[in-house]
Ligand binder design. Structure first.
Ligand SMILES: Cc1cc2nc3c(=O)[nH]c(=O)nc-3n(C[C@H](O)[C@H](O)[C@H](O)COP(=O)(O)OP(=O)(O)OC[C@H]3O[C@@H](n4cnc5c(N)ncnc54)[C@H](O)[C@@H]3O)c2cc1C
Length: 291
């Protein structure tokens, strides 16, 4: 069972060299995963404290893989935001994910914060990569003492609060399908702030330029990022239209429950969300115009 201390000096740091060794160290639940440390290191400020022991996974070669084929992107859990942004620069099929990795936090954090840490941090509602990967129908790979499992990202997010300790997220797999993607985030003041709301969309157009498929995800508005299937289905069968997307989002915004937080109240997040949806669709319209 994990116990908590006020400072990291009381914590033991394990440095496994393989995933199998890391999983062994995590198996009895007495140690916690440490990746980039950008969330863990602020444990005292949040009042969470620190674990008895940490298993450092950021150097594990299996978790540093970054590979793109014609139809899939594989991202090791220890890949940082900055590494992912560099790898995806100019990739026309993954512009949304690329923007999420490139614009989250600030340069210093992007150099250390990992993809796995972004997805695994239960109490972090404003994670940029989560809605970006939801909109792309990403899947995650988890390894624990019982073996390897593959889960849709949405199912993984839902399972996190009740998950038994000891599972290591090793990989994220993103199917690369035709279409356009976008990542829009709104911050209150400066780019380094946590976003008040995030919208990601993946849209495929048919031969007539009408929306054939749409997947829209929202981050930072509710405690956990989510897909917005009712909005997605309302936009199918029509041309890309930022005004219609914004008006439809405003009509459906009551389906979400805005969370109160230090950067903004829940009502404000819901108020700005339709505008952000409109902005995302405007960006997509611009992209189609350029093709
Ligand atoms: C000032 C500041 C601003 C930030 N702004 C943003 C922002 O705007 N957008 C954004 O997306 N992020 C932002 N971040 C980063 C974000 O808050 C998290 O800190 C980061 O995503 C966590 O990644 P990490 O690798 O540092 O994880 P760590 O701090 O090492 O770990 C975080 C949690 O995830 C668990 N964990 C980590 N890796 C794994 C794994 N592979 N398997 C299982 N569990 C794992 C750990 O046990 C821990 O519970 C910001 C951070 C700071 C400090």
């Amino acid at each position: 069972m994990l116990t908590r201390h006020r400072d990291t000096a009381s914590s033991v740091l394990h440095r496994p060299v393989t995933v199998a060794e890391a999983v062994d160290l995590l198996a009895d639940g007495s140690a916690s995963v440490l990746a980039g440390g950008s969330w863990v290191m602020r444990g005292e400020i949040r009042g969470d404290g620190f674990a008895d022991a940490y298993v450092l996974v950021s150097g594990l070669p299996e978790l540093l893989e970054l590979r793109r084929t014609d139809d899939a992107l594989v991202i090791g859990a220890a890949v940082t935001h900055a590494q992912l942004a560099r790898f995806l620069a100019g990739d026309p099929h993954l512009a949304g994910l690329s923007a999420a990795a490139r614009t989250s936090a600030n340069p210093a954090i992007r150099r250390v914060a990992t993809v796995g840490g972004n997805l695994a941090t239960i109490d972090f509602a404003a994670a940029d990569l989560v809605p970006a990967l939801l909109a792309l129908s990403a899947r995650v790979t988890l390894v624990d003492a019982a073996g390897e499992r593959h889960l849709a990202l949405a199912d993984y997010l839902a399972s996190r609060p009740d998950a038994a300790p000891g599972a290591l997220l090793t990989q994220v797999t993103v199917p690369v399908t035709p279409g356009l993607t976008v990542h829009e985030r709104l911050t209150m003041r400066v780019a380094g702030d946590y976003p008040v709301a995030i919208v990601d969309a993946h849209v495929r157009l048919d031969a007539d330029g009408l929306v054939d498929e749409a997947t829209i995800a929202v981050g930072s508005v509710e405690p956990v990022a989510r897909l917005w299937p009712s909005l997605s289905s309302r936009l199918v069968g029509a041309p890309l239209d930022a005004g219609v997307a914004e008006a439809t989002a405003r009509e459906l915004a009551g389906e979400l429950r805005g969370r109160d937080g230090v950067e903004a109240q829940g009502w404000y997040r819901l108020q700005v969300l339709p505008t952000l949806v409109g902005r995302a669709f405007y960006t997509l319209q611009q992209e189609t115009g350029q093709r």
